[in-house]
Structures are given as structure tokens and as C-alpha cells.
Ligand binder design. Sequence first.
Ligand code: PRX
Length: 643
Amino acid sequence: MYLAFMSYPYQITSYSRYREEYARSEQDPEAFWEDIASHFIWRRKWDRVLDWNFHEPHVKWFLGGRLNITENCLDRHLREKGDTPAIIWEPNNPEEFSRELTYRELFDQVNRFCHVLVRNGVKKGDRVCIYMGMTPELAIAVLACARAGAIHSVIFGGFSAQSIADRIQDAGAEYVITSDGAYRGGKDIPLKQVMDDALGGCPGVKRVIVAMRTRTPVSMMKGRDVWWEDEVAAVDAIAPGNFEAVEMDSEDPLFILYTSGSTGKPKGVVHTHGGYMVYTHYTFINVFQYQPGEIHYCTADIGWITGHSYVLYGPLSAGATTLMFEGIPTWPDAGRFWQIIERHRVHILYTAPTAIRSLMSFGTGPFEGRDLSSLRVLGTVGEPINEEAWHWYHQHAGGGRCPVVDTWWQTETGGVMISNLAGVTPQKPAYATLPLPGVHPLLVDESGKEITGNGVSGNLCIRHPWPSMIRTTYGDHERCRQNYFSTYPLLYFTGDGALRDGEGYYRITGRVDDVLNVSGHRIGTAEVENAINMHTGVVESAVVGYPHDIKGQGIYAFVLFSGHHGSDEELTRRDILQTVARVIGPIAKPDKIQFVTGLPKTRSGKIMRRILRKIAEGEREQFGDTTTLLDPGVVGEIASGKI
Ligand code: PRX
């Protein structure tokens, strides 16, 4: 089956149509998704739409279907959109020129890089680790892996050498694509140097392809490291022509993306070609109400799921123009987003509450003289948005006229699950509102009993599979089962708490497990504790979150230290921060460290985090029942301690 794709007949354009589509997806989810999937290019049509059970778990969509996601993101747009920009790239430094790649140019570049990959030994199913800044080469590398049938594993540029090494080893990646360095705000990050440190512990890596960006001096290891530019030149010299996309099974893995859970070790979430393509496309078209010709600007880094789904795959599968920004919102000043929007006449801005709150702290000066009239839709993702930030965003960025979509989803869900559809379904500040068609959320109590009715809260679960749901955690399927499918039998458990108001709208209240959400980045408390405990002199630590005005949540560490602080406790604090930055990366550095002489533990040795959370929130007296503690006296001591 080879269907050309013309428009978006499945775009929901009214509230009543949303209701109808939702009902249809409930009555017959398979017919619903089959209909949408039929609008893509498949080399072979599926034999069966869905096969699943949540025991194992076992979830397969479009079984027997054959395709390559990049044919849907690139090839099918060439005839009608060959000269339309696919990617507009805005550099970190506003003085540098931006770049545009039309669909034809992006197609050519991806094809050339596929030849580079194959020439360097990459085969179908191989894992390729990508560690780059936000440049067009990152997009090209990702798409070329997909086209060549390799599984990409992108690692955010803020992770440390140790974190990279752990991920490379867990994925068994033999190939790495990186660059000499990356620009982020006022900083140059020496990516290749960090990668070299990581590779010291990864003897399995056979080839490292290095793109040039910052001209930071790098050491190139003979026989292992090659320059991107030399490799592309070598391919061009042979002029091998287009690279035929490798035919994949619908369920073949497309990528692995590592994310934090409640245990110490990040998990490799696996997504596949078929279902992920269908779902990211469908949600992109509907949530943002994308119209052909518009410019979509998602500020997320491709190192996170939002970048995968809504900088690259969702928009490109829709033939959209996606804007990629290399820098940060506050450099060279806090008007950078608004300058980009004015400069490129952006229609859709999709960013995180943390960015909004941080820009709020600069006041409205940065908007002065800026023409933001091109904006039509605003979006947020990654963490709960408070009402004040919602209104500020709506009023100042959107001039009061643009709908704000508050999109709730996760690395594991692949695409947006609960959100209003811009201008089509009702919006409500701080509420993600209603589930997308095909998504069946429910709230349960601690015992797993469903909480029905409206005006209730509980733990958020999902009842039925959707096409882009997590398939496994790479190399450890049991972990996937335990993490998501064992807490409440036969349900996917999100790890989030939510409330459903009187009208049935959902508001996500935050994680109910030991995962923090700091500036929209997921960080496991156990991961941070492990890192802190690596510092000599640290006996034990306990990490909790606390409300933070800008980051949403801050990291508060209680540390039992037996070493000598020497002359200065502050120095020990800095050493601990350094240790965390080295082990995980700067994003996981605690905001507060309090040295303690003991931690509140039950007789069975379990740390009572509930009490520590209260202390971190500023409570000094009311801690509830402390009688089960081994040493209740320690609570008062910690509460009166200084940080
Ligand atoms: O707690 C929820 C929060 O972010 C978590 C998922 O993090 P991650 O896998 O890194 O993906 C972030 C981008 C999709 C969720 O479990 N979260 C995400 N979006 C929202 C949110 N919390 C409240 N409102 C949202 N819109």
C-alpha cells in the first residue's frame, strides 16, 4: 500500500467532533486507529491492528505492517513541499545567521548521512548514541539512523561522562555521533571531551563520528574517530545517489530514550516505528491545530522526548516547518524567544512552565517593541503550570488572543495524552483538561480501586493501549512490567497524581513516586542519593523535592557526613555538588544541602521521607505520627538545623 498524503482529514475542528471522535475511539479503538494509520505510507499493510495484554506487558500495533518512519517524514513531502522549509535553525548567538533546510535539502542531507553510517559499519538494529547540541546536524543524525534502520539513543548535552557511559553500555551502542562542542547561552560545552571521558569506560564503541560546531580543540583517536565533514565529502565523491530507506517492521524499535524512575538506574524507554509515527502525527495535528504553512517552534532539546516527538517526528510527518533553537531563553537577554518569534513569524510556541516562570521574573520589558502578532497557539509541557504563569503567558506572549494548550504526557507515552485542543476544546488555567481520542485515563486509590465521578482525586492510570505507548525498557522487560504494570494490575500506572474537577477536566498535581520534576527534567531521588553517597565522608543521604518558584521543584538533600568539614562546611557542600555534577550532570545538583546527624527511620530501616518533605517545605513543628520512628528525637534536631 502506498498512499499519498494530502491533507489532515482527521483534524478535529469542533468540540462536538471531539466528542464524537472520542466516543468512536472508546467503542472501537482498533477501527479508530486503523483509520488514522491508513493515511501514511506503508510498504506493506498490517495484518492485525492490535495485540495486547497488560500482564506481561505485551503491546503490538499494526502487526505485520512494514514501513520506515522517515519515508513519512521526508519522501512523501518531496513532490508538493520540496521547496518548503522543513527546519528553520536559529543559532545560539543572534549575530550568527540562521539556516533553513527545505524538505528536499533535509532529504538530501539525511540520505548522504545514511551512506556515511553504512560506510562506517552501522547496520539495521544497531544502537547509535547521539550526543550533540541543537544543530541541524543533530536532526540529520537522528533521521539518518531511523532511515538506515538503526536505533538512536539521544543523550541530552547536560549529562556527565558517567551518565553517558552508563547509557552507552546499557544500550550496547557501538557507534557514537557527537560534535566538538555545543554553544548554550554564554557557555561552550566541550561535548567531544566529555564523550572521550565516557568512552574510557566503553570499550565496545567502534566508531565515533564528530561534527564540527565550536572548533574547540579535540583529540581524535586513530581508527575510532572520524570527522562528519570528511565522511560526507567521501560519500559525495562516490555520488552514490539516494539511500533507500530500510524497510522496518511496524514493531521494530525506532529509538531508546533514557529517563529516570524511582530506582537508582535510568531506564531505556523503547518506542517503535509504526505506532509512534501514527500517534505523534495525530497529536501534533490536533493539539496544536497545525495548519499547512505555519511555523512550529518547540523549545525543547532533542535530548528529551518532547524534542523527539514535537521538534522532529510529529511536525515532519505532517510536512510542517519546525524551528530548532540552539540556545537558551535568557541569553544574550530575556527577550530571546520573542526576538525569534518576531524574526521568523512563528505561529506556534511550545515551551515549559519553568521557562515561562523564569521569563516572568524579568518583567514585561523584553516584550517592548516586539511584534508577536504571528503567534496563534501557545503550549506548555513537562510539569504542572501554576495559574499565575498560565495567565502571564496567555496575556503577554499571546496578547490574550492565543489558546494555551497544557499538554500532559511522559517519555513513556510517546505523545500528548491529556490536553485541550487549541481553540477547539475548552481551556482552563492549570488544567490539562480532557484526554485525546484513544486515551482512556482513570483515577484509582492506593488499593487500586477506581475512583469514579467528578470532583475527585487519585493516582492516574490508563486503561487501554495507545499506539505510541512504551513497549519495553531496553534489555530488561521485567523492569518495564514492574514499573508501570504491577502497581495496579491490568492498568498502566503513570506515577502521577491528578484531580478530576466537577466538569471532568483533569489537573495533574505531580509525581506520587520518588521522582522529582526539576525545571521539567525528571530526576530520581535515588539517583541523586547514589551520586551524593559517592562522595568520601558521606555515610548516607536522603533527597526530597520542595516547591521552587522558578524550577517548580527544587532538590533538597539531607546528608549524614562523617568526614571532617575541615575549616569550612561550605566547601564540603561545594564538593558534594561537584560530585553530583560529575556522576549525573549539572541538572541534578541539589539546591539545598543540610548536614544532619541522623535520618528519621522506621524500625525496619526505611527513611520516612514524608517527614523530610515537610521539613524541606519549611514545616518546623507538625510532623504527624512519629511514634514508629526508631529515634523520634532526630526529627526536632533536623527541623531546627541550619542549611
Ligand atoms: O509528572 C508529569 C510531568 O512530567 C512527567 C513526565 O516527564 P518526562 O517523561 O520527562 O516527559 C516530559 C515531557 C512530556 C509526568 O509524569 N508532566 C508532563 N507534562 C505535564 C506534567 N505535569 C503537569 N502538567 C503537564 N502538562
